[in-house]
Design a binder for this molecule. Structure first.
Ligand code: ADP
Length: 243
C-alpha cells in the first residue's frame, strides 16, 4: 500500500516560495545623538526594526527625519549612541571598527543617490574594480562581471563608460557593483531620487530580480510614494521615530 501523501492546503500549493525566512537584521532600541555647539541633538529616538532574508524594506520619511543616520548605523559607517544592531547572527553594533569594516566589506553592498561610478572606467571595469576591492579571487572575475551586468539588464552596455549611459543605466551599473561580491544585505540611500518615474520603476524591477536570484535583502530609504507598493515592509520615520 502507498504511503499517504502529506496534506497540502490550496493556499500552500498556490503560494510560490516567498523566501521571507530568517531574520537577517534586528535593530533594538537604537538611539543616535550628536553634539552640536554644546547641545545634544537626538536624531534617532529608539528605533525598532527588522529585515528578513530576501525582503525589500523601505524607510520613508521627510528630509531631516533621520533616515540616512539610521542607514549609516545599519551599514556600520556610524555607531548608535544606545541600543543594539544584530546582523547575520552577530552583535554588529558592538564589534570593533576593524571587525565591522570586515563584515561590511564581505556581507554588505551600498548604493547611493548619485551612482558613485568611476567616470573613466567602463561598466565592466567598474564592476571588476568592485570585485578587486572586495578581495574576490581574480579567477572569478571573468564569469562574475558579465553575470552581474546581465542581472541588471546591461549586457549590451558592458563597455560603455558612465557618460555614455542614461541615469537609470548608471544606477544599474552601481547595483551590479554593489552585488558583485555576493553580499547578503544591500543598503541603498534614495537610489531613485535622481531618476524619473519610469526609470525608478526599472530600478525597483531590478531590485526584485536580484532578491530572487541572489538571495539578498534590501533596505532602502525613499521619499518617492510611487515605489512604496513593491516593498515587503515600509517603516515611516517622523522626527527620529517610526510611526
Ligand atoms: P534624512 O536622511 O531623513 O534626510 P538625516 O539622517 O540625514 O535625515 O538627518 C537627520 C538630522 O540629523 C538632521 O537634522 C541632520 O542635521 C542631523 N545630523 C545628521 N548627521 C549629523 C552629524 N554628523 N552631526 C550633527 N547632526 C547631524
Amino acid at each position: 500500500q502507498k504511503e499517504p501523501q502529506p496534506h497540502q492546503t490550496a493556499t500552500e500549493s498556490d503560494t510560490p516560495e516567498q523566501g521571507h525566512g530568517d531574520t537577517l537584521l534586528t535593530v533594538n532600541q537604537v538611539e543616535r545623538s550628536f553634539q552640536v555647539g554644546g547641545n545634544t541633538l537626538q536624531v534617532l529616538k529608539g528605533i525598532q526594526m527588522e529585515v528578513k532574508q530576501r525582503q525589500l524594506v523601505m524607510l520613508k520619511g521627510r528630509s531631516g527625519s533621520g533616515k540616512t543616520t539610521l542607514l549609516n548605523c545599519l551599514g556600520g559607517l556610524d555607531t548608535p549612541s544606545k541600543g543594539e544592531i544584530w546582523f547575520n547572527g552577530q552583535l554588529f553594533s558592538k564589534l570593533s571598527d576593524d571587525e565591522r569594516t570586515l563584515v561590511r566589506r564581505k556581507k554588505m553592498g551600498f548604493i547611493f543617490q548619485a551612482f558613485a561610478l568611476m567616470p573613466l572606467l567602463s561598466a565592466y571595469e567598474n564592476v571588476e574594480l568592485s570585485l578587486r576591492m572586495a578581495g574576490t579571487p581574480r579567477s572569478e572575475w571573468k564569469d562574475r562581471v558579465p553575470e552581474c551586468l546581465e542581472l541588471v539588464g546591461l549586457e549590451k552596455r558592458m563597455h560603455h563608460r558612465p557618460f555614455e549611459l542614461s541615469g537609470g543605466e548608471q544606477q544599474r551599473v552601481a547595483i551590479a557593483k554593489a552585488i558583485a561580491h555576493k553580499p547578503v544585505l544591500l543598503l541603498a540611500d534614495e537610489p531613485t531620487a535622481e531618476l524619473d518615474t519610469g526609470m525608478s520603476a526599472q530600478i525597483m524591477a531590478v531590485f526584485q530580480n536580484i532578491i530572487r536570484t541572489e538571495n539578498v535583502s534590501i533596505c532602502m530609504t525613499t521619499h518617492d510614494p510611487t515605489i512604496l507598493e513593491v516593498a515587503d515592509h515600509v517603516y515611516e520615520m517622523v522626527d527620529g521615530k517610526f510611526i
